[in-house]
Design a protein around this ligand. Structure first.
Ligand code: NAP
Ligand code: ZN
Length: 347
């Protein structure tokens, strides 16, 4: 066992505090990673605050992990000591179900093992990336291209893949009109990726306060959802809408913005159900869909795509003891556009 420094939530209502946790011994197929940076995802906040249901405390979160390989198990062939690597939202899956065999571990029918707050194969609860080291099976470790600086690479492991996957699946590209709802961590990556894919991108944000940034990230249009006329102007417009909002939205209002055969895909994960009036789906033969992160192969594809297109998240690097303030800023939609913890501050 390796005892490592970390930042953990002691309960749903208390701030995160410094602590130590145990990492398992490096097994034959495992990689030990010295974590350099860990991104702060809104899912971390939903999880520690119990938004999605009760969890076991203390809990270390963080599933946007990048760092360097410092030790490999005897059977490891995919990674070497010194490699720049990343770990996203999952660290294992059953490897036997139909979806795993099809290379879509993110949709493992037995539920993939999440990077944190999940029951690991040894029965312990997985602990995430707000820590100095992590031990992960080689199959769930990604290669981080040299072209992407460590701190900017971290958010790609969740925000990047979660937006890349639906954009690729629903064929965002030339000739397609894509709207992104909410321009936070996921949203700003959706804008950059969809623009790089060649789509005509529109941002739908609560206000126009981030308009300049949105246009700089590659959007061609930017509208405030607080302005009711937005929903009239843009009716029947989009082929694809990617909803990244962490709170419930008025689904009907956004569905009416879809043109014939358009799809609204929600990656935002509010705990509350989103009611939908089926007649809104009848019009224009619209679809409402969801999407959960992406497979390991697709995550590697996304990292390589971002390196090739010069795409990187906009990050604000923080010390570990600033994480509680960062949570409050994320909750106020005051994030530009991803907080990333420098794990050197955990030492
Ligand atoms: P974030 O950085 O907080 O971004 C969410 C954005 O939504 C905010 O910046 C804000 O954008 C908008 N927003 C927030 N509250 C709103 C409200 N009450 N009404 C309207 N708009 C609001 O969060 P994130 O890290 O990108 O995560 C977004 C959501 O995706 C979370 O629910 C997270 O759990 C989920 N998630 C899902 C997956 C998946 O696999 N499906 C993976 C990762 C995260 P504007 O200021 O531009 O309006
Ligand atoms: Zn996440």
């Amino acid at each position: 066992m390796l005892t490592v420094n970390a930042y953990a939530a002691p309960s749903a209502t208390e701030p995160l505090v410094p602590t130590t946790i145990e990492r398992r011994d490096v097994g034959p197929a495992d990689v030990l990673i010295a974590i350099r940076y860990a991104g702060v995802c809104h899912s971390d906040i939903h999880t520690v605050r119990g938004d999605w249901g009760p969890i076991t405390y203390p809990q270390v979160v963080g599933h946007e992990i990048v760092g360097e390989v410092v030790e490999v198990g005897a059977d490891v062939t995919k990674h070497r000591v010194g490699d720049r690597v990343g770990v996203g939202c999952m660290v294992n899956s059953c490897r036997e179900c139909e979806n795993c065999l099809a290379g879509m571990e993110n949709y493992c029918l037995r539920g993939n093992t999440q990077t944190y707050a999940s029951v690991d194969r040894d029965g312990t609860i997985t602990q995430g990336g707000y820590s100095t080291h992590v031990v992960v099976d080689q199959d769930f470790v990604l290669r981080v291209p040299e072209a992407i600086p460590y701190e900017a690479a971290a958010p790609l492991l969740c925000a990047g893949i979660t937006t890349y996957s639906p954009l690729a699946h629903w064929h965002a590209g030339p000739g397609k009109k894509v709207a992104v709802v909410g321009m936070g961590g996921l949203g700003h990556m959706a804008v950059k990726i969809a623009a790089a894919q060649g789509a005509e991108v529109t941002v739908l944000s609560q206000t126009l306060s981030k308009q300049e940034d949105g246009l700089r990230f590659g959007a061609q249009h930017y509208h405030a959802t607080s302005d009711a006329s937005t929903f009239e102007t843009l009716a029947n417009t989009f082929d694809l809408i990617v909803n990244t909002v962490s709170a419930p939205i008025d689904l009907g209002a956004y569905l009416r913005l879809l043109r014939l055969d358009g799809t609204l895909v929600s990656v935002g994960a509010p705990p509350e159900p989103l009611p939908v009036q089926v007649f809104t789906l009848f019009g224009n033969r619209r679809s409402f869909a969801g999407s959960s992160i992406g497979s390991i192969a697709e995550t590697q594809e996304m990292l390589d795509f971002c390196a090739e297109h010069g795409i990187a998240p906009e990050v604000e690097v923080i010390a570990a003891d600033q994480v509680n303030d960062a949570y409050e800023r994320v909750l106020r939609s005051d994030v530009r556009y991803r907080f990333v913890i420098d794990t050197a501050t955990l030492a």
